[in-house]
Design a protein around this ligand. Structure first.
Ligand code: MN
Length: 283
């Protein structure tokens, strides 16, 4: 039985107290176990307020982020890497303050398209920074998982195999965060990446090929979620979907969310929870 989650962008584009309350209460109403809160700029997230709302609703949480040009730990520039570590330290503090169980996402790279391949010096900065981050997360009681994303969102790694090699180089206990949307673009199929990650699978995103309603795109979810179910993975499986109907000031542009794929968040989320539970055998 996996805890089932939903990304906050299904509900809201900001994290004011009113928005947080609406997102958290809606998540509980649909019957999810956790909400994933994006903390791209941790300084804008009120951890105490969020923790209280989560407790009031008996809900768990995960926190996720991607870095930007100014904080990219895969940069060759040590000053940029240092700013990246400051950003990641703030993210660990906020995730811990919220009471989140997991810290995940593209914590090792700028989230966005690069005009050139990563340099060897950049990769070394990633390895050093993720070794450091693993210690910070462990000290804060957070499970750390690095998301494997497609070529238009990072140049560091785009496949599970390359992510495992990167994690091996850190020597740290870091999980793999797998996302069906990215698997669809970069991997050979839906079973092999789940099997490759094996016991190191740490977090799962469930997203359609166009990031809209599950089952309305081209992803073979019977196979993907069947592989997750059969793997024995017991961690969170979180629905991730984006539409121009709910806009985050940074993330929506970074992820190229230009289309209106849905308007009714409640219907979308209710459908997604049943869709995932049916295939994971969680209901
Ligand atoms: Mn994802």
């Amino acid at each position: 039985m996996n805890p089932l989650g939903v990304h906050a962008l299904v509900w809201v584009g900001d994290w004011s107290e009113a928005s947080a309350r609406y997102a958290i209460e809606s998540t509980r109403q649909v019957g999810f176990d956790l909400i994933e809160v994006p903390i791209l700029d941790p300084s804008t997230v009120d951890a105490a307020m969020t923790r209280r709302l989560l407790q009031d609703n008996g809900l768990g949480a995960a926190c996720s982020l991607g870095l930007d040009d100014a904080t990219d730990v895969s940069s060759e520039d040590p000053a940029v890497v240092a700013r990246g570590r400051d950003r990641l330290a703030a993210a660990v503090e906020v995730a811990h303050g919220i009471g989140a169980s997991h810290l995940c996402g593209v914590l090792y790279s700028k989230l966005g398209k690069y005009p050139r391949p990563m340099s060897p010096a950049g990769r070394q900065h990633v390895v050093e920074s993720m070794t450091w981050l693993a210690k910070q997360a462990s000290d804060a009681g957070l499970s750390l998982a690095l998301e494997v994303v497609n070529r238009y969102e990072t140049n560091v790694v785009n496949t599970v195999a390359d992510m495992l090699a990167l994690i091996d180089d850190t020597g740290a206990a870091i999980g793999v965060h797998l996302d069906s949307y990215h698997v669809n673009i970069e991997e050979n199929g839906y079973v092999e990446p789940v099997r490759l990650a094996g016991s190191r699978l740490g977090y799962v995103h469930v997203g359609e090929s166009h990031r809209g309603y599950l089952g309305s795109g081209t992803i073979d979810f019977d196979t993907f979620l069947g592989a997750v179910r059969d793997s024995g993975f017991t961690g969170p499986v979180t629905f991730e979907s984006f539409s121009s109907a709910v806009v985050h000031p940074d993330l929506s542009n970074t992820l190229a969310v230009w289309r209106n794929l849905w308007e009714d968040s409640l219907d979308l989320a209710t459908h997604a929870r049943a869709f995932m539970a049916e295939r994971l055998g969680s209901d």
